[in-house]
Design a protein around this ligand. Structure first.
Ligand code: 5GP
Length: 254
C-alpha cells in the first residue's frame, strides 16, 4: 500500500490523503498541536506518533470488542489506513467527571463525578466555535436520522464503558472524550481519532493531567507527558514502531 496519494484534507493536526483504493484514505498524525480554536499552536517532535499509537491501539481495542471503526491498520508510525467515511459534522462528547467547558457553563465543581454520565453533542464548525446542539436542531438541519443518532449515542456509551474500564486498570481516569462518526456504505462507524488531543485523562493517584490540557494550560512538558501516557496505554507499541519504523502494511502490526 502506497502511503502518500494526493492530499484530500488538511486539518489542524492531521492530514488525509487519497490512496489507490477509492474506499480508503490514509490519515497522517502531524506534530502540530493547537488549542482554543487554533489561537495557540506549536509543533512538538513526535507528538503525532504518540497520538497515532494511542488512536490505533484504541481502535483495535474497540474492534475486538465489537465496535465498528474506520481503522484498517498502520502504514507507518504516524499514518493509519482507514475506511473513507462521509463524516457527520457532530462531536459526541462523553463526560464521566466534570472538567473543562461544562464547569464553566454549569454549576459543577471540577473533579465532581457526573451521575448520570453526561453526553453532549456539539455542531462541528470552527467558524461558529462548535456550538452545542440538540436533537431538534440536528433533525432540522438534516444531519442524521433518529435511528442514526440513537446508534451514535449507543456506540459512544459502549466506547466509554470499554475505554474507562481499560484505563482504570492503568490507574488513569477517563474524565471525558470527544468522538466523531461517519457513514460507510450503510453503516455508522467511529471515525477521526481517540487520543490525548481528544480526551481528558487524569492520573488516578495524583490527578495530574495526561492530555492536551497540559498544553492548553501550560501544566508541564507536553512531549514528556504524551510519550509517557502513550507508553502506559500501549505497552511496547512505541518500541515496536521504533524498531520497524516504516514497515507497517498488509493487515496490522506484525
Ligand atoms: P470541552 O467541552 O470541555 O472543551 O471538551 C470536552 C472533551 O472533548 C475534551 O476531552 C476535549 O479535548 C474534547 N473536545 C471538545 N471539542 C473538541 C475539538 O474540537 N477537538 C478535539 N480534538 N477535541 C475536542
Amino acid at each position: 500500500m502506497k502511503k502518500g496519494g494526493p492530499l484530500l484534507y488538511r486539518g489542524k493536526a492531521k492530514s488525509v490523503y487519497l490512496t489507490d483504493n477509492p474506499e480508503e484514505v490514509s490519515v497522517e498524525f502531524r506534530d502540530d498541536i493547537t488549542a482554543f480554536d487554533g489561537e495557540k499552536s506549536a509543533v512538538l517532535e513526535d507528538k503525532g506518533v504518540y497520538n497515532a499509537a494511542v488512536s490505533s491501539f484504541f481502535f483495535e481495542y474497540l474492534e475486538i470488542h465489537g465496535v465498528k471503526t474506520h481503522y484498517i491498520h498502520m502504514l507507518d508510525r504516524r499514518t493509519m489506513l482507514v475506511r473513507r467515511l462521509s463524516m457527520i459534522p457532530l462531536e459526541i462528547i462523553v463526560r464521566n467527571i466534570a472538567a473543562g467547558s461544562i464547569v464553566k457553563k454549569y454549576p459543577f465543581t471540577e473533579g465532581q463525578v457526573l451521575k448520570p454520565t453526561v453526553m453532549v453533542i456539539d455542531y462541528k464548525d470552527d467558524a461558529r466555535h462548535d456550538p452545542m446542539i440538540n436533537d431538534d436542531i440536528i433533525f432540522a438541519l438534516g444531519l442524521v436520522t433518529r435511528e442514526e443518532l440513537l446508534t451514535m449515542r449507543k456506540m459512544a456509551l459502549k466506547v466509554n464503558d470499554l475505554l474507562r474500564t481499560y484505563l482504570a486498570g492503568l490507574s488513569i481516569s477517563l474524565v471525558d472524550f470527544k468522538m466523531e462518526f461517519g457513514r460507510y456504505r450503510s453503516e455508522i462507524l467511529v471515525g477521526d481519532e481517540l487520543s490525548m488531543d481528544s480526551m481528558r485523562l487524569w492520573d488516578g493517584k495524583t490527578r495530574d493531567s495526561l492530555d492536551k490540557d497540559v498544553y492548553r494550560f501550560d501544566k508541564g512538558d507536553v512531549r514528556t507527558t504524551y510519550a509517557a501516557v502513550a507508553e502506559r496505554i500501549t505497552p511496547g507499541a512505541l518500541h515496536r514502531f521504533e524498531a520497524e519504523k516504516t514497515v507497517f502494511s498488509g493487515g496490522g502490526q506484525e
